[in-house]
Design a binder for this molecule. Sequence first.
Ligand code: NAP
Length: 311
Amino acid sequence: MIPFISQLPEQEQAIWIAALNQALPNETIVAFSNMSAAEKTHCQLAIVANPDISQLAEFENLKWLHSVWAGVERLMMALADSTIEVVRLIDPTLSQTMAEAVLAWSLYLHREMPLYAQQQQSKHWQQHPHVLASDRRIGILGLGELGQASAQQLQQNGFKVMGWSRTAKTIENITTYSGAEGLTEMLTQSDILVCLLPLTSATQGLINKALLMQLPKASRVINFARGAIINTPELLQMLELGHISHAVLDVFDQEPLSADSILWQHPNITVLPHISAPTNMESACEIVAKNIQRFRATGEIPPSVDKINGY
Ligand code: NAP
Protein backbone atom coordinates (compact mmCIF):
# COMPACT_ATOMS: atom_id res chain seq x y z
CA MET A 1 0.00 0.00 0.00
CA ILE A 2 1.29 3.46 -0.96
CA PRO A 3 -0.33 6.59 0.48
CA PHE A 4 -1.09 9.57 -1.74
CA ILE A 5 -0.74 12.64 0.47
CA SER A 6 -1.81 16.04 -0.82
CA GLN A 7 -3.84 19.11 -0.04
CA LEU A 8 -5.60 18.96 -3.40
CA PRO A 9 -9.38 19.21 -3.57
CA GLU A 10 -10.90 15.76 -2.96
CA GLN A 11 -12.05 15.28 -6.55
CA GLU A 12 -8.65 16.17 -8.03
CA GLN A 13 -6.94 13.89 -5.51
CA ALA A 14 -9.25 11.02 -6.53
CA ILE A 15 -8.28 11.52 -10.20
CA TRP A 16 -4.58 11.37 -9.28
CA ILE A 17 -5.10 8.20 -7.24
CA ALA A 18 -7.00 6.51 -10.07
CA ALA A 19 -4.28 7.44 -12.60
CA LEU A 20 -1.50 6.22 -10.29
CA ASN A 21 -3.30 2.92 -9.63
CA GLN A 22 -3.62 2.44 -13.39
CA ALA A 23 0.09 3.14 -13.93
CA LEU A 24 1.04 0.80 -11.05
CA PRO A 25 -1.27 -2.22 -11.35
CA ASN A 26 0.75 -4.23 -8.80
CA GLU A 27 0.42 -1.57 -6.09
CA THR A 28 -2.48 -0.12 -4.15
CA ILE A 29 -2.38 3.66 -3.90
CA VAL A 30 -4.79 5.09 -1.35
CA ALA A 31 -5.64 8.50 0.04
CA PHE A 32 -4.02 9.35 3.39
CA SER A 33 -7.47 9.79 4.91
CA ASN A 34 -8.41 6.18 4.03
CA MET A 35 -5.50 4.53 5.85
CA SER A 36 -5.53 3.01 9.33
CA ALA A 37 -2.72 3.63 11.83
CA ALA A 38 -1.53 0.02 11.37
CA GLU A 39 -1.38 0.40 7.57
CA LYS A 40 0.67 3.57 7.95
CA THR A 41 3.41 1.76 9.90
CA HIS A 42 4.19 -0.52 6.92
CA CYS A 43 4.79 2.25 4.38
CA GLN A 44 8.33 2.87 3.19
CA LEU A 45 7.33 5.37 0.56
CA ALA A 46 4.59 7.87 -0.19
CA ILE A 47 3.51 9.76 -3.28
CA VAL A 48 2.95 13.43 -2.49
CA ALA A 49 1.65 16.66 -3.97
CA ASN A 50 2.44 19.53 -1.62
CA PRO A 51 1.46 17.46 1.45
CA ASP A 52 0.53 18.67 4.90
CA ILE A 53 3.84 18.01 6.70
CA SER A 54 2.14 16.97 9.94
CA GLN A 55 0.54 14.02 8.08
CA LEU A 56 3.98 12.72 7.09
CA ALA A 57 4.88 12.38 10.77
CA GLU A 58 2.26 9.60 11.09
CA PHE A 59 4.44 7.28 8.94
CA GLU A 60 7.18 6.07 11.28
CA ASN A 61 8.98 3.89 8.68
CA LEU A 62 8.90 6.27 5.73
CA LYS A 63 12.18 6.20 3.76
CA TRP A 64 11.31 8.38 0.77
CA LEU A 65 8.69 10.52 -0.89
CA HIS A 66 7.99 10.83 -4.59
CA SER A 67 6.60 14.25 -5.43
CA VAL A 68 4.41 14.62 -8.50
CA TRP A 69 5.51 18.28 -8.67
CA ALA A 70 8.94 19.41 -9.89
CA GLY A 71 9.28 22.18 -7.29
CA VAL A 72 9.74 20.80 -3.76
CA GLU A 73 11.04 23.89 -1.95
CA ARG A 74 8.48 23.78 0.88
CA LEU A 75 9.09 20.06 1.48
CA MET A 76 12.86 20.57 1.55
CA MET A 77 12.56 23.32 4.14
CA ALA A 78 10.29 21.20 6.32
CA LEU A 79 12.36 18.00 6.00
CA ALA A 80 15.85 19.54 6.16
CA ASP A 81 16.67 17.63 9.38
CA SER A 82 14.75 14.46 8.57
CA THR A 83 16.18 11.23 7.15
CA ILE A 84 13.30 10.99 4.65
CA GLU A 85 14.59 11.38 1.08
CA VAL A 86 12.63 13.55 -1.35
CA VAL A 87 12.46 12.58 -5.01
CA ARG A 88 11.03 15.32 -7.19
CA LEU A 89 9.40 14.95 -10.59
CA ILE A 90 11.90 15.17 -13.44
CA ASP A 91 9.81 14.98 -16.58
CA PRO A 92 10.88 15.94 -20.14
CA THR A 93 7.21 16.76 -20.89
CA LEU A 94 7.22 19.31 -18.06
CA SER A 95 10.55 20.76 -19.23
CA GLN A 96 9.05 21.20 -22.72
CA THR A 97 5.96 22.87 -21.24
CA MET A 98 8.19 25.32 -19.37
CA ALA A 99 10.34 25.92 -22.46
CA GLU A 100 7.16 26.73 -24.41
CA ALA A 101 6.10 29.23 -21.71
CA VAL A 102 9.54 30.85 -21.65
CA LEU A 103 9.43 31.19 -25.44
CA ALA A 104 5.85 32.54 -25.40
CA TRP A 105 6.50 35.24 -22.81
CA SER A 106 9.92 36.11 -24.23
CA LEU A 107 8.22 36.71 -27.60
CA TYR A 108 5.55 38.76 -25.80
CA LEU A 109 8.27 41.06 -24.47
CA HIS A 110 10.47 40.89 -27.56
CA ARG A 111 7.61 41.98 -29.87
CA GLU A 112 6.50 44.73 -27.44
CA MET A 113 3.04 43.27 -26.84
CA PRO A 114 2.50 45.07 -23.48
CA LEU A 115 3.38 48.39 -25.13
CA TYR A 116 1.08 47.87 -28.15
CA ALA A 117 -1.74 46.73 -25.81
CA GLN A 118 -1.37 49.99 -23.86
CA GLN A 119 -1.31 52.01 -27.10
CA GLN A 120 -4.52 50.34 -28.26
CA GLN A 121 -6.26 51.35 -25.02
CA SER A 122 -5.57 55.01 -25.78
CA LYS A 123 -6.14 54.61 -29.55
CA HIS A 124 -2.54 55.63 -30.08
CA TRP A 125 -1.01 54.66 -33.47
CA GLN A 126 2.78 54.43 -33.17
CA GLN A 127 5.23 52.01 -34.70
CA HIS A 128 8.38 51.19 -32.76
CA PRO A 129 11.62 49.96 -34.35
CA HIS A 130 11.76 46.19 -34.81
CA VAL A 131 14.61 44.34 -33.10
CA LEU A 132 15.80 41.08 -34.71
CA ALA A 133 15.64 38.03 -32.43
CA SER A 134 19.35 37.54 -33.12
CA ASP A 135 19.96 40.97 -31.55
CA ARG A 136 17.84 40.22 -28.46
CA ARG A 137 19.94 38.85 -25.63
CA ILE A 138 18.20 36.62 -23.10
CA GLY A 139 19.89 35.58 -19.84
CA ILE A 140 18.55 32.60 -17.91
CA LEU A 141 19.18 32.21 -14.18
CA GLY A 142 19.35 28.45 -13.57
CA LEU A 143 20.43 25.85 -16.11
CA GLY A 144 18.77 22.77 -14.65
CA GLU A 145 16.03 20.61 -16.17
CA LEU A 146 13.83 23.60 -16.97
CA GLY A 147 16.54 26.21 -17.65
CA GLN A 148 18.38 24.08 -20.21
CA ALA A 149 15.23 23.11 -22.11
CA SER A 150 14.18 26.78 -22.17
CA ALA A 151 17.62 27.97 -23.28
CA GLN A 152 17.58 25.53 -26.19
CA GLN A 153 14.04 26.49 -27.22
CA LEU A 154 14.97 30.20 -27.27
CA GLN A 155 18.18 29.52 -29.17
CA GLN A 156 16.29 27.47 -31.78
CA ASN A 157 14.00 30.47 -32.25
CA GLY A 158 16.90 32.73 -33.10
CA PHE A 159 17.59 34.51 -29.80
CA LYS A 160 21.06 35.10 -28.38
CA VAL A 161 20.93 33.00 -25.22
CA MET A 162 23.07 32.98 -22.09
CA GLY A 163 22.64 31.01 -18.87
CA TRP A 164 23.97 31.08 -15.33
CA SER A 165 24.25 28.18 -12.88
CA ARG A 166 26.01 27.36 -9.61
CA THR A 167 28.48 24.98 -11.23
CA ALA A 168 30.10 25.65 -14.62
CA LYS A 169 28.44 24.05 -17.68
CA THR A 170 29.06 23.61 -21.39
CA ILE A 171 25.91 23.67 -23.55
CA GLU A 172 26.01 23.87 -27.33
CA ASN A 173 25.14 27.34 -28.71
CA ILE A 174 24.48 28.78 -25.23
CA THR A 175 26.98 31.10 -23.52
CA THR A 176 27.25 29.86 -19.96
CA TYR A 177 28.35 31.57 -16.76
CA SER A 178 28.77 30.60 -13.12
CA GLY A 179 29.85 32.27 -9.89
CA ALA A 180 29.44 35.91 -8.84
CA GLU A 181 31.60 37.32 -11.65
CA GLY A 182 29.80 35.22 -14.22
CA LEU A 183 26.48 36.54 -12.94
CA THR A 184 27.54 40.17 -13.43
CA GLU A 185 28.89 39.39 -16.88
CA MET A 186 25.60 37.83 -17.93
CA LEU A 187 23.40 40.50 -16.33
CA THR A 188 25.13 43.40 -18.09
CA GLN A 189 24.19 41.80 -21.44
CA SER A 190 20.63 40.58 -20.70
CA ASP A 191 17.79 42.47 -22.42
CA ILE A 192 15.43 39.87 -20.94
CA LEU A 193 16.23 38.03 -17.70
CA VAL A 194 14.40 34.74 -17.06
CA CYS A 195 14.45 33.19 -13.57
CA LEU A 196 14.39 29.39 -13.37
CA LEU A 197 16.30 28.94 -10.12
CA PRO A 198 15.06 26.84 -7.21
CA LEU A 199 14.20 28.72 -4.02
CA THR A 200 16.97 28.02 -1.49
CA SER A 201 18.70 30.01 1.24
CA ALA A 202 21.17 31.13 -1.46
CA THR A 203 18.55 32.32 -3.96
CA GLN A 204 15.95 33.87 -1.64
CA GLY A 205 15.78 37.59 -2.48
CA LEU A 206 18.60 37.20 -5.02
CA ILE A 207 16.78 39.35 -7.59
CA ASN A 208 17.03 42.63 -5.70
CA LYS A 209 17.86 46.22 -6.57
CA ALA A 210 21.62 45.56 -6.75
CA LEU A 211 21.12 42.70 -9.20
CA LEU A 212 18.52 44.51 -11.31
CA MET A 213 20.75 47.60 -11.55
CA GLN A 214 23.31 45.47 -13.40
CA LEU A 215 20.86 44.82 -16.25
CA PRO A 216 20.86 47.21 -19.23
CA LYS A 217 18.41 50.11 -18.96
CA ALA A 218 14.80 49.23 -19.87
CA SER A 219 15.40 45.49 -19.69
CA ARG A 220 12.65 43.03 -18.80
CA VAL A 221 12.29 40.27 -16.21
CA ILE A 222 10.38 36.98 -16.26
CA ASN A 223 9.98 34.97 -13.03
CA PHE A 224 8.70 31.42 -13.56
CA ALA A 225 10.48 29.91 -10.53
CA ARG A 226 9.38 31.00 -7.02
CA GLY A 227 8.09 34.36 -5.79
CA ALA A 228 10.52 34.74 -2.89
CA ILE A 229 13.54 34.79 -5.26
CA ILE A 230 12.51 38.35 -6.17
CA ASN A 231 12.57 41.22 -3.72
CA THR A 232 9.24 42.63 -4.89
CA PRO A 233 9.46 46.14 -3.31
CA GLU A 234 12.87 46.60 -4.97
CA LEU A 235 11.55 45.34 -8.33
CA LEU A 236 8.75 47.91 -8.03
CA GLN A 237 11.35 50.65 -7.42
CA MET A 238 13.26 49.58 -10.52
CA LEU A 239 10.06 49.64 -12.58
CA GLU A 240 9.26 53.09 -11.21
CA LEU A 241 12.69 54.34 -12.31
CA GLY A 242 12.20 52.78 -15.77
CA HIS A 243 15.36 50.76 -15.29
CA ILE A 244 13.18 47.69 -15.75
CA SER A 245 10.51 48.26 -18.39
CA HIS A 246 8.30 45.22 -17.74
CA ALA A 247 8.07 42.15 -15.52
CA VAL A 248 6.14 38.94 -16.18
CA LEU A 249 5.42 37.24 -12.86
CA ASP A 250 3.91 33.76 -12.61
CA VAL A 251 4.87 33.08 -9.00
CA PHE A 252 4.43 35.12 -5.81
CA ASP A 253 5.40 35.16 -2.13
CA GLN A 254 1.78 34.43 -1.36
CA GLU A 255 -0.43 32.44 -3.73
CA PRO A 256 -3.12 33.12 -4.79
CA LEU A 257 -1.96 36.73 -5.07
CA SER A 258 -4.19 38.73 -2.74
CA ALA A 259 -6.88 40.90 -4.32
CA ASP A 260 -5.39 44.04 -2.76
CA SER A 261 -1.89 43.48 -4.16
CA ILE A 262 -0.69 46.47 -6.18
CA LEU A 263 0.90 44.06 -8.66
CA TRP A 264 -2.50 43.34 -10.28
CA GLN A 265 -2.97 46.92 -11.49
CA HIS A 266 0.63 47.81 -12.31
CA PRO A 267 0.85 48.89 -15.97
CA ASN A 268 4.32 47.35 -16.35
CA ILE A 269 3.65 44.01 -14.70
CA THR A 270 1.95 41.01 -16.27
CA VAL A 271 0.46 38.79 -13.56
CA LEU A 272 -0.01 35.09 -14.30
CA PRO A 273 -1.66 32.62 -11.86
CA HIS A 274 1.23 30.09 -11.63
CA ILE A 275 0.54 28.52 -15.02
CA SER A 276 3.91 28.39 -16.76
CA ALA A 277 4.49 24.65 -16.31
CA PRO A 278 1.74 22.55 -14.75
CA THR A 279 2.47 18.84 -14.21
CA ASN A 280 1.06 16.59 -16.93
CA MET A 281 -0.70 13.79 -15.06
CA GLU A 282 -0.14 11.13 -17.71
CA SER A 283 3.62 11.59 -18.13
CA ALA A 284 4.10 12.18 -14.39
CA CYS A 285 2.33 8.90 -13.50
CA GLU A 286 4.51 7.01 -15.98
CA ILE A 287 7.69 8.43 -14.44
CA VAL A 288 6.56 7.84 -10.85
CA ALA A 289 5.54 4.27 -11.79
CA LYS A 290 8.95 3.49 -13.33
CA ASN A 291 10.77 4.85 -10.27
CA ILE A 292 8.61 2.85 -7.85
CA GLN A 293 8.87 -0.36 -9.90
CA ARG A 294 12.68 0.00 -9.90
CA PHE A 295 12.65 0.56 -6.13
CA ARG A 296 10.54 -2.57 -5.59
CA ALA A 297 12.86 -4.64 -7.82
CA THR A 298 16.23 -3.33 -6.61
CA GLY A 299 15.65 -1.36 -3.39
CA GLU A 300 17.20 1.66 -5.13
CA ILE A 301 15.74 5.04 -4.25
CA PRO A 302 15.87 7.34 -7.32
CA PRO A 303 18.27 10.32 -7.13
CA SER A 304 16.87 12.55 -4.41
CA VAL A 305 17.07 16.26 -3.70
CA ASP A 306 20.35 17.34 -2.05
CA LYS A 307 19.50 18.39 1.50
CA ILE A 308 22.64 20.55 1.83
CA ASN A 309 22.12 22.59 -1.36
CA GLY A 310 18.34 22.53 -0.90
CA TYR A 311 17.62 21.53 -4.53
P1 NAP B 1 17.00 21.98 -11.23
O1 NAP B 1 17.07 20.96 -12.31
O2 NAP B 1 17.34 21.59 -9.85
O3 NAP B 1 17.96 23.18 -11.68
C1 NAP B 1 18.25 24.26 -10.86
C2 NAP B 1 19.29 25.14 -11.56
O4 NAP B 1 19.54 26.29 -10.73
C3 NAP B 1 20.64 24.43 -11.74
O5 NAP B 1 21.24 24.83 -12.95
C4 NAP B 1 21.45 24.97 -10.55
O6 NAP B 1 22.85 25.01 -10.76
C5 NAP B 1 20.93 26.39 -10.47
N1 NAP B 1 21.16 26.94 -9.13
C6 NAP B 1 20.66 26.50 -7.94
N2 NAP B 1 21.11 27.26 -6.93
C7 NAP B 1 21.91 28.19 -7.50
C8 NAP B 1 22.68 29.25 -6.98
N3 NAP B 1 22.73 29.52 -5.67
N4 NAP B 1 23.40 30.01 -7.84
C9 NAP B 1 23.38 29.73 -9.17
N5 NAP B 1 22.67 28.75 -9.74
C10 NAP B 1 21.94 27.98 -8.91
O7 NAP B 1 15.56 22.64 -11.18
P2 NAP B 1 14.47 22.72 -12.36
O8 NAP B 1 13.78 21.41 -12.51
O9 NAP B 1 15.09 23.35 -13.55
O10 NAP B 1 13.40 23.71 -11.67
C11 NAP B 1 13.74 25.04 -11.24
C12 NAP B 1 12.60 25.63 -10.43
O11 NAP B 1 11.49 25.92 -11.28
C13 NAP B 1 11.98 24.70 -9.37
O12 NAP B 1 12.77 24.66 -8.21
C14 NAP B 1 10.63 25.33 -9.13
O13 NAP B 1 10.73 26.31 -8.13
C15 NAP B 1 10.33 26.05 -10.45
N6 NAP B 1 9.15 25.50 -11.13
C16 NAP B 1 8.16 26.36 -11.48
C17 NAP B 1 7.03 25.88 -12.14
C18 NAP B 1 5.91 26.84 -12.55
O14 NAP B 1 4.87 26.38 -13.03
N7 NAP B 1 6.06 28.14 -12.38
C19 NAP B 1 6.94 24.53 -12.48
C20 NAP B 1 7.97 23.67 -12.11
C21 NAP B 1 9.08 24.17 -11.45
P3 NAP B 1 23.71 23.65 -10.99
O15 NAP B 1 23.31 23.18 -12.37
O16 NAP B 1 25.11 24.13 -10.96
O17 NAP B 1 23.32 22.71 -9.90
